[in-house]
Design a protein around this ligand. Structure first.
Ligand code: CUK
Ligand code: CUA
Ligand code: CA
Length: 638
């Protein structure tokens, strides 16, 4: 944002505040005059910093970051937005958790997205987010959607890129341990579709199919499914049965393949069994072929689920010309698969093997097309990088950066050189640099590193242990996200950022890719009041609807009455039109607490089971008269 624009926004805010203050004490006075502010938070493209400049870690007051970091929250169930490179946390997005700041899991609108049981209570209250990925257009982020997995309950959530709020959650059938997730980058068949239309979901755990009490003691019958979800409708399109399990997922830039690393090709149910083999695999899915097979009716279904399932097991896919899947060997219990930004390679980390395996995508295609006799030849390098390699990112200059969990290091290596070394030229030094990190890194990602616009500015790595890096706060330590400058040959560790446990993965998106809606639109809210005067209590039998307009500094209604035993629905519409003027609504003893942003509506439903006076009050500081912003709920004994 240019300084001038920023001034404008600040000015609008001040005006909103004063305009609203002038209304104090006036009931039903209608809207204050004001301007709908729809600033985009990131208008200008970001000029890459030049080598030699100090990479900025600290922002001056009022200065904006150049990148959005979209962080998973692990078993907190949420997603966070960080400004980068400063590392300042800007927002938390409740996803699979309950959040009493925003009312996620409390309002009727959020419950409808999360899903409810027949009694109206939430289907699930917990979740475990690991991987966030954004929608693509032309090989880079278009800022439209972000998706995140729920490992605990096998759900996928979609986050709107213009609001950083969840708009859909889908529960995937027939799976457990949904871990890796990745959107496609373009269509495998129609070259005109150069954007994301599918999201692929890997699944880690084997289960009996259907998992309804049969085959409990016969793990040889358990299996795992790869799932394709429609990016727009969020419906499950199809599933693919595989041998072994799936961990992380990646997609090719040409749209043809999705792939997943497999650490449990043994189909083991105990860890010793899962690490019995020296070599596991990375399984490739030919998306167009799978969808053709489904069109031709070559699928089955499982239990009550109507989702078509194709057979992607090794036995059923021996003939390359018709194969839906290919299993590329990778040692040993690999963790993580990442696509290089030039579209050429998939890099799979060995985890229990000190190696990374480089798979050439064109050679995988050759195998499927009958031009390569052995899928093992798609491996063009398998080179040593250090102990416990987990995840890899890229700088767009041909270099890869891999986390070494056991060595507590990031290793920078050159892909072409690694290939040359592997193919016989042992004089080549493919490892370029190493830097110690603190401590035990899992994921890492470079700025725009998962797009063809990888810009090689900086990377962050999510260290699983922070130990002594921050003031001690008792037994639970934060994670440590470390910022590393990667603009030159040598990496430079710049900063530590603590994060609440436990982010796994994250992406770093240049800010001009994001266009936000800063003020809501009442016509997108079916329950919205049109005018303040429409507030009121509407009774049908024992069902009572209470419509409340909120506009600083008051609620209209200032009091309302219901009876014990009533089923009460309170609909709150924030009539303020000033950016950042959010109101809250909490009811003591009734466990109600939520916010409503400007020009939006939220509702809650509860049984009035306690007689008395209950002051509904505004929880979100909105105005000089914020504390006075209350409404008196009178619950009369029946
Ligand atoms: S996994 Cu956590 S460090 Cu879920 Cu992406 Cu590798
Ligand atoms: Cu409205 Cu505080
Ligand atoms: Ca294994």
């Amino acid at each position: 944002m240019k300084p001038k624009e920023r001034e404008m926004v600040v000015d609008e805010r001040r005006r909103g505040f004063l305009g609203a203050a002038a209304l104090a004490g006036l009931a039903g006075a209608g809207l204050s005059a004001g301007v709908v502010v729809t600033t985009t938070s990131s208008r200008e493209a970001v000029a890459a910093t030049k080598e030699g400049d100090e990479l900025k870690v600290h922002m001056k007051p009022g200065e904006l970051d150049t990148y959005y970091g979209i962080w998973s929250g692990g078993h907190s169930g949420e997603v966070r937005i960080l400004g980068l490179p400063s590392g300042r946390e800007i927002k938390r997005i409740p996803v699979f958790n309950i959040d009493c700041m925003s009312g996620w899991g409390i309002t009727n609108e959020s419950k409808a997205i999360i899903g409810t049981k027949p009694d109206g209570s939430l289907l699930f209250k917990t979740g475990d987010t690991h991987h966030v990925h954004g929608s693509y257009k032309d090989g880079t982020y278009d800022g439209k959607y972000f998706w995140v997995n729920d490992k605990t309950h096998g759900r996928i959530a979609r986050i709107r890129g213009d609001r950083f709020e969840v708009d859909k959650i889908t529960k995937i059938p027939n799976i457990q341990g949904f871990h890796g997730i990745f959107p496609d980058k373009r269509d495998p068949v129609d070259p005109k579709i150069n954007y994301t239309t599918r999201v692929f979901c890997g699944c880690e755990f084997h289960i009996p199919q259907p998992n309804d009490g049969r085959d409990l003691d016969d793990p040889s019958k358990y299996f795992a499914l790869f799932t394709c979800v429609d990016a727009e409708t969020m419906e499950v399109r199809w599933q693919c049965k595989v041998d072994g399990n799936m961990d992380l997922v990646a997609t090719s830039f040409d749209g043809r393949f999705a792939c997943a690393n497999q650490y449990n090709t043994e189909n083991g149910v105990r860890y010793e069994e899962m690490m019995a083999r020296e070599v596991d695999a990375c399984v490739f899915f030919d998306i167009a072929r799978i969808e053709k097979a489904i069109k031709e009716g070559k699928y089955f279904t499982i239990g009550n689920s109507k989702v078509p399932v194709v057979d992607g097991t090794r036995a059923a896919n021996q003939d390359p010309k018709t194969a839906l899947t290919a299993y590329v060997p990778v040692p040993k219990n690999p963790h993580g698969v990442n696509a290089s930004p030039d579209g050429k390679y998939m890099v799979c980390s060995g985890k229990l093997s000190p190696t990374v395996t480089v798979i050439e995508v064109a050679k995988v295609a050759d195998w499927f097309d009958g031009k390569l006799d052995d899928i093992r030849k798609a491996v063009v390098a398998e080179v040593e990088v250090g102990l416990g390699p987990l995840h890899t990112t890229f700088d767009g200059r041909g270099n890869a950066y891999t986390t070494l969990f056991l060595d507590s290091q990031i290793v920078k290596w050159n892909i072409d050189k690694a290939i040359r070394y592997y193919q016989g030229d042992k004089s080549v030094q493919y490892v370029i640099d190493r830097v110690d990190v603190h401590y035990q890194p899992g994921h890492l990602n470079a700025s725009m590193g998962e797009t063809k616009e990888a810009d090689g500015q900086f990377l962050l790595t999510g260290c699983k242990f922070s130990k002594d890096r921050f003031l001690p706060v008792g037994p639970l330590h934060p994670e440590n996200e470390q910022l590393i400058d990667i603009r030159s040959e040598k990496m430079k560790l710049l900063a530590d950022h603590p994060t609440y446990p436990e982010p796994h993965d994250f992406i770093i998106v240049r800010r001009d890719r994001i266009r936000t809606q800063q003020v809501g639109k009442l016509d997108e809210h079916p329950l919205a009041l049109k005018r303040v005067e429409d507030s009121g209590v509407f009774r049908e039998g024992n069902k009572v609807t209470v419509k409340v307009a909120a506009y600083a500094p008051q609620y209209q209604l200032r009091e309302f009455e219901v009876k014990v035993g009533d089923e009460v629905t309170i609909i709150v519409t924030n009539m303020d039109i000033v950016e950042d003027l959010t109101h809250g609504f909490a009811i003591p003893e009734y466990d109600i607490n939520f916010i409503v942003n400007p020009q939006e509506t939220r509702s809650v439903t509860f049984i009035a089971d306690k007689p008395g006076v209950f002051w509904c009050y505004c929880t979100h500081f909105c105005h000089a008269l914020h504390l006075e912003m209350r409404s008196r709920m009178i619950v009369r004994p029946a």
